[in-house]
Design a protein around this ligand. Structure first.
Ligand code: GLA
Length: 375
């Protein structure tokens, strides 16, 4: 009897220890860190990296274009859904006319008029890919290059890219780090850091198309948007190049200072919203500058940034023709909205806009945070 009891006690302690994770083992009971092969471009492997947090929020990113393919967040009932537009496979991202879904944008986000600018007395000619203008870095912008992975764990992915002197017409080697981090309070933070060997324009951003209904609504016209911006930059309606003026939003369709449905005034904006708002910020701290809300799902997204501007684009050029879309869904006009935190378009040609020239010895550092919750 006594012997059996001793055996039982020893067995209990032994198996108990085995079953009960030790402190250091507990550390490892985290969501699975995943890196999976997503496809090939020639002989280059394209991987998809999955970030997860303790709430089960998931963000998936490719080394191709630093592209965010999925942002999966809970709705007000705890049901998970993907809140960005995307494709089922790499071929979707590689198709001609992919309108920059989820990617990193650079060396200069948005348009540079006539694909030209003057810097230190020299005229530079860029690759024109939008009529006579250069859009989102040119023919092969940072959205179409393969980024190196510097580090990866379940809460962050650090990417880097060396843009060579002369690439797409831009001066000097530019070395860029982009760090995506997912926090336990459902924030997706993007840090952009760069240094240049020659003076160069720089304007980095991300081009996610959000639809907080996660597929329930075919457009974002019912989303309520708030932007802390009393001013915006009017553009030439044909070329979408800034006129050089900065206008007040008050009394116009551009006023989002109090949250309103995107569809409310969109009919009064030729082509739909595709403008840069001038954020009400005094400095370059990370500040809350806007929010988007979709009542059906209860999803609410706050946008924080260090940047002076934001391009709010309502997917005006989407027309249902993209192939390999996620689940075969037709992405119709206004299926998603972009909130591209950035410097103002065409700044290198607009002397009154804030400076976008990065000089050797300086460090470019911008941060944007998209924070998800429900209401
Ligand atoms: C940005 C531009 C738009 C359009 C999209 C990509 O948001 O401002 O005009 O080019 O990118 O389709």
């Amino acid at each position: 009897m006594k012997k059996n009891l001793v055996i039982l006690i020893i067995a209990t302690i032994f198996f108990g220890c085995k079953l009960m994770p030790k402190e250091e083992e507990k550390e490892n009971i985290k969501p699975m860190t995943a890196k999976t092969l997503y496809g090939m471009i020639g002989t280059d492997s394209i991987f998809q990296y999955t970030l997860t947090n303790k709430n089960g929020m998931v963000v998936k990113i490719l080394n191709y274009g630093g592209t965010v393919t999925d942002i999966i967040t809970p709705d007000k009932n705890g049901k998970m859904g993907d809140v960005i537009l995307g494709y089922d496979s790499l071929s979707g991202y590689l198709q001609t006319g992919n309108p920059y879904f989820g990617c990193l944008v650079g060396r200069y986000g948005n348009r540079i008029a006539n694909a030209k600018f003057m810097l230190d007395g020299k005229e530079y000619t860029l690759a024109a890919n939008n009529g006579s203008n250069s859009l989102h870095g040119g023919l092969k912008g940072f959205d179409k290059v393969i980024w190196s992975v510097k580090s990866f764990n379940d809460s962050s992915l650090s990417l880097s890219y060396l843009s060579k002197d002369g690439e797409e017409g831009y001066p000097g080697n530019l070395s860029i780090d982009v760090i995506y981090s997912l926090s336990d309070d459902n924030g997706l933070k993007i840090d952009y850091v760069a240094t240049a060997e020659k003076a160069t324009p720089i304007n980095l951003t991300n081009h996610c198309y959000f639809n907080l209904s996660a597929g329930a609504d075919s457009t974002i016209l019912e989303h309520e948007l708030m932007l802390k911006a009393d001013k915006y930059i009017p553009v030439n309606e044909k070329t979408l190049i800034p006129t050089g003026k900065i206008d007040e939003v008050k009394g116009t369709a551009m006023d989002f200072t109090i949250a309103k449905k995107i569809g409310k005034d969109i009919a009064n904006v030729t082509g739909g919203y595709d403008h840069n708002w001038v954020l009400n910020k005094s400095g370059d701290d990370l500040e809350l500058i806007g929010s988007a809300y979709q009542a059906g799902s209860g999803r609410y997204m706050e946008i924080y940034t260090t940047q002076p501007g934001i391009q709010f684009y309502t997917g005006n050029f989407l027309d249902g023709t993209l192939k390999n879309t996620r689940g075969g869904v037709k992405y119709v006009q206004h299926a998603g909205l972009c909130l591209e935190t950035q410097h103002f378009p065409d700044s290198p040609n607009q002397p009154s806009f804030p400076n976008t020239i990065l000089k050797p010895g300086e460090t470019y550092h911008q941060t944007t945070l998209y924070k998800f919750s429900v209401r």
